[in-house]
Design a protein around this ligand. Sequence first.
Ligand SMILES: [Zn+2]
Length: 415
Amino acid sequence: MTLHERLAELATFGATAEGIDRALFTPPEREARERFTAWAREDGLHVEQDRAGNVFARLGGRAAGAPVQCGSHLDTVRNGGAYDGAYGVVGGLEALRRIAVSGEAPARALEVVAWAGEEGSRFPLGCLGSAVYAGLTSYDEAAALVADDGETFASALRGPSGLLDGVPVRDGFPPPAAYVELHIEQGPVMEREGARLGIVSAIAGQRRFRVRVDGVAGHSGTVPMNGRADALCAAADLVLAVEAAARAQEDTVATVGHLNVEPNQTNIVPGRVVLRIDLRSIDDARIAAVERTVRAEAAEIAVRRGVHVTIEVLEARAAVPMETRMRLLVRAACLERDPNAIEIASGAGHDAMCIAQIAPAAMIFVPSIGGRSHVGDERTAPADLELGVEALGATLLAVAASGVGSSGEAGASNP
Ligand SMILES: [Zn+2]
């Protein structure tokens, strides 16, 4: 089966009218892991899983020691696309298959990983499997997570859509020697630049806030305009202030994508608004600068409009630069195949940002047609998918042959 046939088959698991629903430990997601396991075994790879639900397929190398890993995730967002995550997993399998049939064993073992639950679409934690693997989230903490349908992670893991039958469970979470993730860009930059391969420079840091604006609800007909403390009007000012603050910084994005209005009635002045801000940049100083501006604006809006504003940080993740030597190896492999390859920052989070905490890590991007992702019509040109697999294979061999992450070298390079 070709790369394209495998991706097409995976896309049938969890297919809906608008896209693909493959949340962690649901029947279609398990089906995807089972299929991955079957393909890996067909390709002569040794398959294991761990007790977080991550699945590993290994090709032996000439030297013993930790493997050089690649991979991504098989779960999707609700009505997601066929390539986000799946491409990195199936593309990784294809790269290892080609290396295996070449007959020459790689210098070190290579492994393709299907990380569990990257999207956080069922359990309230993104990059779940890779975070547990990297020790960023403790196993007990993960086990206690409750899905939106009320089931705990521990129970789902033991359930019919949890761990796979007939696949050995690996002891603990041993760090790889190095990690390379192949992924679709999920944005419009590469297409705009005419690049078919992208060398990821860093994964953006991210801060999420919950903002509560308390005003005074009242009758829409009897409270005069000059006597109001309209929470939604104040929130509207704040939304625009967030946009302006992000625009004032380079390579920084901020979004208010979630807003709750109370009581949300046509004839009542809004009394309370709860909104969420998602703020990202590859430069943590710019994130901090936008946060300062937004807090100052919020204080000013509160006074001017007679409302009370509270800001709570929900999540704060620092930007993760890709490891320098890994990035150079990715760069060489990409430029050899695409002279127009570009360095690009990842605005989206990926499993690579977790694994970067325990091993030298890098990422390769291929373009997304129209920059569309997390939607059913997410696409990448077949020739670009091919080129990405070639670049990944070359990178894996180069990393395996290099000293990066070999025993004797001091731990991870991204402390
Ligand atoms: Zn992804």
